[in-house]
Design a protein around this ligand. Structure first.
Ligand code: NDP
Length: 296
C-alpha cells in the first residue's frame, strides 16, 4: 500500500482563504477588524522567524497585526504591564507571547496573565481546563490543525483507536483531549511506555509528537492507518541540512493509508489555526456567531 499524502500546505491555504473571507465579511457587516498582538522578548533566531511569518500571515488575511519586540533583559513587571495593556485594548482580540521566553522570566506566570478569551495559543490554565472538561475554549493551534486534517480525511472519527506519542502540554495532551472530544478511543504514549511498537500498531490514527527524528518506523504502523507527523527536526544527512519529522516517512508511507509529510504537513496548519483562533476570539468578544469549521 502507498499512503495518500495529506497536503498540509494546500489545506492551510484553504483555511487561510476561509479566514480572509470571514474577515472581509466582519469588516463590511460589523465594521470590525480582528487584531492579533505578538510579543517577542529577546533575539532567539528561530522565534524571530516565527514572529515575522505570523505578522505576514496576519496582514495577508486582512487582520491587524500588533508586534511588540522587547529586549532580552526585559523585567517581569514590564512584560506583565504590556500584557495588561493588550488585555484591555479592544482592537486586540488575540495575544500570543512567543515561547521560549528568556530564562529569567516565568512562562507560566506570563501566559496565565493573558485574558483567557484572548489566549489564541490556548495555553492559559483556564483554557486547558475548559478543553479537558469538554467546554468551549481556545484550542492550541498545532493540535487543532491536526484535528482539522483528520476530520477532513476521515469525516467522523468516533470509535477509531487513536494513539498519541508524546504528552507535552502544547501538543500531546491537548491532541489527546481533542481526539477524545471526537469520541476516539485514545492512548497516550511517552518515554516510559512499554513496547511502544505494539501500542502504535493498534492505532487507526497515529499522532507522533516526540521530537526524535524518524523514530516511528513502518513496522510500528497498522496497515491502512492515518499517520500525523507533528515532529520538526533539523538533521544533517549526506553533508546537507535536512528537515525530518518524528516518523520515518518512506517506511511508514509504505504501510499507512494516509500520512502527513515533513515539511508541508502539520507545520503550515499551525499558523493557519492561529489566524482561525484570532477570528474566533474576535467573534466571541463581539457576541457574533463563530464561523463553522474553524474551531474544535
Ligand atoms: P516535548 O519535548 O515537550 O515532548 C516530547 C514528548 O515525547 C514527551 O512527552 C516525551 O515523553 C515523549 N518522548 C520522548 N522520547 C520518547 C521515546 N523514545 N518514546 C516515546 N515517547 C518519547 O516536545 P513537543 O511536544 O513540544 O514537540 C514534539 C515535536 O513536535 C517536536 O519535534 C517539535 O519540534 C514539534 N512541534 C511542531 C509544531 C508544528 O507546528 N508542526 C509545533 C510544536 C511542536 P516524556 O514526557 O516521558 O518525557
Amino acid at each position: 500500500m502507498t499512503a495518500k499524502v495529506i497536503d498540509g500546505k494546500a489545506f492551510a491555504a484553504k483555511v487561510r482563504a476561509e479566514v480572509a473571507e470571514h474577515v472581509a465579511r466582519l469588516k463590511e457587516a460589523n465594521g470590525l477588524t480582528p487584531g492579533l498582538a505578538v510579543v517577542l522578548v529577546g533575539e532567539d533566531p528561530a522565534s524571530k522567524v516565527y514572529v515575522k511569518n505570523k505578522h505576514a500571515s496576519t496582514i495577508e488575511v486582512g487582520m491587524s497585526s500588533f508586534e511588540h519586540r522587547l529586549p532580552a533583559d526585559t523585567g517581569e513587571a514590564e512584560l506583565l504591564a504590556l500584557i495588561d495593556q493588550l488585555n484591555a485594548d479592544p482592537k486586540v482580540h488575540g495575544i500570543l507571547v512567543q515561547l521560549p521566553l528568556p530564562s529569567h522570566l516565568n512562562s507560566e506566570l506570563v501566559i496565565n496573565r493573558i485574558a483567557p478569551a484572548k489566549d489564541v495559543d490556548g495555553f492559559h490554565i483556564s483554557n486547558v481546563g475548559l478543553l479537558g472538561t469538554g467546554q468551549k475554549s481556545m484550542v492550541p493551534c498545532t493540535p487543532l490543525g491536526c484535528l482539522m486534517m483528520l476530520r477532513d480525511h476521515h469525516g467522523k472519527l468516533a470509535g477509531l483507536n487513536a494513539v498519541v506519542v508524546g504528552r507535552s502540554n502544547i501538543v500531546g495532551k491537548p491532541m489527546a483531549q481533542l481526539l477524545l472530544g471526537d469520541s476516539c478511543t485514545v492512548t497516550i504514549a511517552h518515554s516510559r511506555t512499554k513496547d511502544l511498537a505494539e501500542v502504535c500498531k493498534r492505532a487507526d490514527i497515529l499522532v507522533a509528537a516526540v521530537g526524535r527524528p524518524e523514530m516511528i518506523t513502518g513496522d510500528m504502523v497498522k496497515p491502512g492507518a492515518t499517520v500525523i507527523d507533528v515532529g520538526i527536526n533539523r538533521i544533517e544527512r549526506d553533508g546537507k541540512a535536512k528537515l525530518v519529522g518524528d516518523v520515518h516517512y518512506e517506511s511508514a508511507a509504505a504501510v499507512a493509508g494516509a500520512i502527513t509529510p515533513v515539511p508541508g504537513g502539520v507545520g503550515p496548519m499551525t499558523i493557519a489555526c492561529l489566524l482561525a483562533n484570532t477570528m474566533t476570539a474576535c467573534c466571541r468578544a463581539n457576541g457574533l456567531a463563530e464561523p463553522e469549521g474553524l474551531t474544535a
